[in-house]
Design a protein around this ligand. Structure first.
Ligand code: HEM
Length: 675
């Protein structure tokens, strides 16, 4: 298949690439409903078929023969060709599919990567893929017909199906593989006639038939083998857990890491008066959750009661599948780093105005100081109102709702106490405040904010984002500001307690701000190298969100343990941050881990922002905002930890924050704040 657009050079697509494009579902940002193993078999089948079409191998129903082992230049195909060439015995296609399918994920990864490199697909954070803008640039029905970049394989296949066009051998193979995966029914509305046509096309080519047959024979294998091979999940004795030193000092990632070292990557905790907790901890389970989570896990269940508390249904963290991807796409600009970069001047202004209320000699509780500082920025930037007066109510109400309606550690009526009812009113106050400044007349000429995006989505599709969800979605950025505020407390603690690093961050700050306020182009990798690595290390050692909760919607096997459908898993994504085989000497604060020579964060063990489809949407925004706060603070102030002999303790609920005892003392103001 050849691609051509005005600007795209002509390039051949391999069959695995065409299959991936065919199976991609633009709505969900992932593949049509093909379970992992089926997809693996089909992609390996496509690779073998491609090798056959380019005469490297010959295959029929019974045999697979190597014809020519010259490399093709495509790493996916060459890897397979090499394995076939070095196999001493001649095997058939079924054997090769069975042998290669368990590792087909790397083939799928490479295939997706190649399509992204060629700007045919676009990769979105959270592992979603869509057709790249460029792929849509040419006329879909150009007279050259054959395969413009926008036309792609789907249109070709549709033409074979609906217009009875005669397919070429490549199309027959794609047809056969898609049919084997039983995916046509999700793409087209099939009737008897179309089904007959599919069967007919599938029989037109021998290679296609042979490969499809071999794929079919392999598809049932893992289901048969699963139960017999799995191990039983270790139970952690209650005392071991309850008396653990990291439960006492609040460091949940270190607790989960330590238990994983003793019991393995999957274990069960049985806390008293609560349902058992199935914990997944370590880089391997992180990788699994990241790659396979969308097939086996669901976010909706554990948040269902929680969203009802806000009168909402279908909030972003509680959505799955295509609806989730649609919401994420719609919200992505509002949470993006680019949006914040466009408002740097405002960010500096809000930050400095708040810092101007500090005086030398003041001592503040770390948690409140940092939450208020960050809220003073996020609230006007994202929803264009001030919300310092309601922040505390919103946070306390949300924390109580998590205790009563998610974790079940308190009875539900505890959310209805007079105090909580009063706090709940602040949610409505905030909604009305935001609505009152988001009339068309008042927004004219203002930079777009997240509330604008939410109101637009609501008016364009009120069933997708109903009015009943607005209370929650408009207060969500303030909840996120609490996470970021807590991240800042940890970072300031790390900075104030390590003077050498404080000095290096200050050096970068002075270089950036001495000559006037830096624009977005000034925040380069070099200019904030130390600050950036410092933030990464702070996020490793002090991960605000230590785990994610999910319900198992399809039984699965993780690292050899069978996890039954219906169970609830706690993915302790930050546990690996304290595993010495992932981060050597994990208790030392070492920003050099992230130098290119070490790159320790490139392992799936580094996950401060979560894993898979729900990966933090604000992480790039958050990194820039955190960097600006550290830099401005280091530029203007010297702060000290108070009391001086304070030993870090962590408050682990509902997310990690420094203990209430930590304070920051404003020891010096180095220069005036230009407010
Ligand atoms: C230190 C600060 C932060 C940390 C550690 C953090 C971490 C996380 C994590 C771990 C998740 C995934 C939760 C899950 O899988 O259940 C998440 C989701 C999310 N975060 Fe953050 N976050 C931070 C700050 C922010 C900020 C400042 C914003 C907004 C500007 C933000 C916006 C979001 C959104 C919208 C989601 C939901 C994504 C989805 O469900 O698809 N976060 N965050």
């Amino acid at each position: 298949m050849t691609l051509s657009t005005d600007r795209v050079t002509t390039q051949a697509l391999s069959l695995p690439e065409e299959l991936v494009l065919m199976l991609l579902n633009e709505d969900s940002g992932y593949f049509h409903q093909v379970p992992g193993w089926h997809l693996n078999c089909a992609v390996v089948g496509a690779a073998l078929a491609e090798l056959s079409l380019i005469s490297r191998i010959d295959t029929d129903m019974d045999s697979l023969i190597l014809l020519d082992q010259t490399e093709t230049g495509n790493p996916v195909l060459d890897h397979i060709l090499n394995q076939i060439a070095t196999e001493p015995t001649q095997r058939n296609a079924q054997y090769w599919i069975e042998r290669l399918a368990p590792r087909a994920e790397s083939i799928i990864d490479l295939t997706l990567e190649r399509l992204v490199d060629r700007q045919i697909l676009e990769h979105h954070e959270g592992d979603f893929w869509t057709l790249a803008h460029r792929a849509w640039q040419t006329d879909m029905f150009s007279s050259e017909g054959e395969g413009t970049a926008a036309e792609f394989v789907k249109t070709r296949i549709s033409k074979v199906l609906f217009n009875n066009e005669i397919p070429d051998p490549r199309d027959v193979i794609i047809f056969a593989l898609v049919n084997t995966c039983d995916v046509f029914r999700f793409m087209f509305q099939l009737d008897d006639e179309l089904e007959e046509r599919i069967e007919l096309v599938c029989r037109m080519d021998l290679i296609g038939r042979a490969i499809a047959e071999a794929v079919t024979q392999n598809m049932n294998v893992p289901l048969i083998g699963r139960a017999a091979l799995t191990k039983s999940i270790p139970q952690v004795p209650l005392l071991k857990f309850a008396l653990h030193r990291h439960l006492r000092d609040g460091n949940l990632p270190a607790l989960f890491a330590d238990l994983a070292e003793q019991y393995g990557p999957v274990y069960q905790l049985n806390p008293p008066f609560q349902k058992p907790m199935l914990v997944l901890a370590g880089p391997e389970t992180n990788y699994w959750a990241h790659r396979q989570g969308r097939t086996y896990l669901r976010a909706r269940d554990y948040l269902q009661d929680f969203e009802k508390v806000y009168g909402a249904s279908g909030i972003l963290p509680a959505l799955d599948g295509a609806d989730h991807f649609r919401f994420r796409k719609a919200m992505a600009p509002g949470y993006s780093r680019a949006r914040l970069e466009g408002q740097l001047e405002d960010l500096y202004d809000h930050t400095r105005s708040h810092m101007a209320t500090w005086e030398v000699g003041d001592t503040f509780r770390a948690v409140a100081m940092c939450r208020q500082l960050i809220n003073a920025q996020i609230s006007p930037l994202m929803i264009s109102v001030d919300s310092q007066d309601v922040l505390d109510d919103l946070v306390k109400y949300k924390t109580r709702a998590l205790s009563t309606h998610v974790l079940g550690v308190m009875p539900k009526f505890m959310l209805k106490t007079p105090g909580m009812r009063r706090k709940a009113k602040s949610i409505q106050v905030l909604l009305e405040r935001v609505q009152s400044v988001h009339t068309a007349a008042q927004r004219a000429g203002c930079p777009r904010d997240l509330a604008d995006d939410l109101f637009s989505l609501h008016s364009s599709d009120p069933s997708f984002l109903p009015e009943s969800n607005l209370r929650f979605v408009l207060s969500a950025p303030l909840i996120a500001s609490v996470y970021l505020g807590d991240g800042l407390s940890f970072a300031l603690y790390a900075m104030a307690s390590q003077p050498e690093l404080y000095a290096r961050i200050r050096e970068e700050a002075d270089a950036l701000f001495d000559g006037g306020d830096p624009g977005r182009e000034s925040f380069t990798q070099e200019s904030i190298d130390v600050t950036h690595r410092f933030i990464m290390e702070s996020m490793r050692m002090y991960s605000i969100v230590p785990m994610s909760v999910r319900n198992v919607m399809n039984a699965c096997v993780v690292e050899g343990y069978e996890i039954p459908e219906g169970s609830r898993v706690f993915i302790a994504q930050a546990a690996a941050h304290y595993m010495s085989h992932v981060f050597p000497d994990p208790w030392s604060f070492d920003i050099d881990r992230y130098l290119p020579s070490r790159n320790e964060h490139l392992s799936p063990g580094y996950a401060p922002f979560g894993l898979g489809t729900h990966t933090c949407l604000g992480n790039r925004w958050m990194e820039l905002q955190l960097a600006v706060n550290l830099l401005l603070l280091a530029h203007h102030f010297t702060i000290e930890v108070s009391p001086r002999n304070y030993k870090l303790k962590i408050d682990p609920f509902p997310s990690l924050s420094v203990s209430k005892k930590l304070k920051f003392h404003i020891a010096e103001q180095r220069r005036e704040l230009p407010v």
